[in-house]
Ligand binder design. Structure first.
Ligand code: IMP
Ligand code: MG
Length: 194
């Protein structure tokens, strides 16, 4: 198995900074929803899981958590096409709930835009977005985002829930991938297994 050091360009957001910012987001959400008894965090699998579990520990208001999964056509090409399919629906009825959609990263905005339409159709009382990372430069469709962890440059990142071909989600920091070195490391791995 390739060691991530082989293709880590730089650590973009180190662990302590992530945790500090997540504590701030949790405090802000707790304040904004202190009078809600209907708060639900909805996490989009799988990238948002690390963020969700850290964020919820920082929210002092009682809340439920729910999960959904979507698949973007064109996934794998690292650019979504705007077509999104729901592959795992919610179990919970979110009608009249205060919903916060918890996302790992917003890139073009297509995924989020589709998911928001899908959720809005179920008539929650309020619907807000909390994303850990935001690549604003890459935005193609406008999406309203109330809580943002970090604005980041247009670079492909991994770690802290975000994957490289399904691996490295476990890293406690967000790193930038050196795509050239990553391709080389994949090739080396394949050659060794041939
Ligand atoms: P969008 O529909 O273009 O906004 O794409 C959003 C989705 O693409 C995210 O939920 C991620 O799953 C994936 N994605 C976008 N940029 C990155 C990245 O830099 N690293 C890992 N996944 C990413
Ligand atoms: Mg995602």
């Amino acid at each position: 198995m390739t060691d991530y050091h082989d293709f880590l360009e730089e650590v973009l957001v180190p662990e302590d900074l992530l945790q500090k910012r997540i504590a701030e987001l949790g405090a802000k959400i707790s304040e904004d929803f202190q009078h809600s008894d209907q708060l639900v965090l909805i996490c989009i699998l799988r990238g948002g899981v690390m963020f969700l579990t850290d964020l919820m520990r920082r929210i002092s208001v009682p809340h439920a958590v729910e999960f959904m999964a979507v698949s973007s056509y064109g996934a794998g090409s690292r650019a979504t096409t705007g077509q999104v399919r729901i592959t795992l629906d919610l179990n919970m009825n979110i009608h009249d709930k205060d919903v916060i959609l918890v996302e790992d990263i917003i890139d073009s905005g297509h995924t989020l835009s589709s998911v928001l339409d899908f959720l809005a159709a179920r008539k929650p009382r309020t619907l807000n977005v909390c994303t850990l990372l935001d690549k604003t430069e890459r935005r193609e469709v406008h999406v309203p985002v109330r809580y943002v962890g970090f604005q980041i440059p247009n670079k492909f990142v991994f770690g802290y829930g975000l994957d490289l071909d399904e691996l490295y989600r476990n890293l406690p920091f967000v790193g930038v991938v050196n795509e050239e070195k990553y391709r080389q490391s994949l090739k080396k791995g394949n050659d060794q297994h041939a």
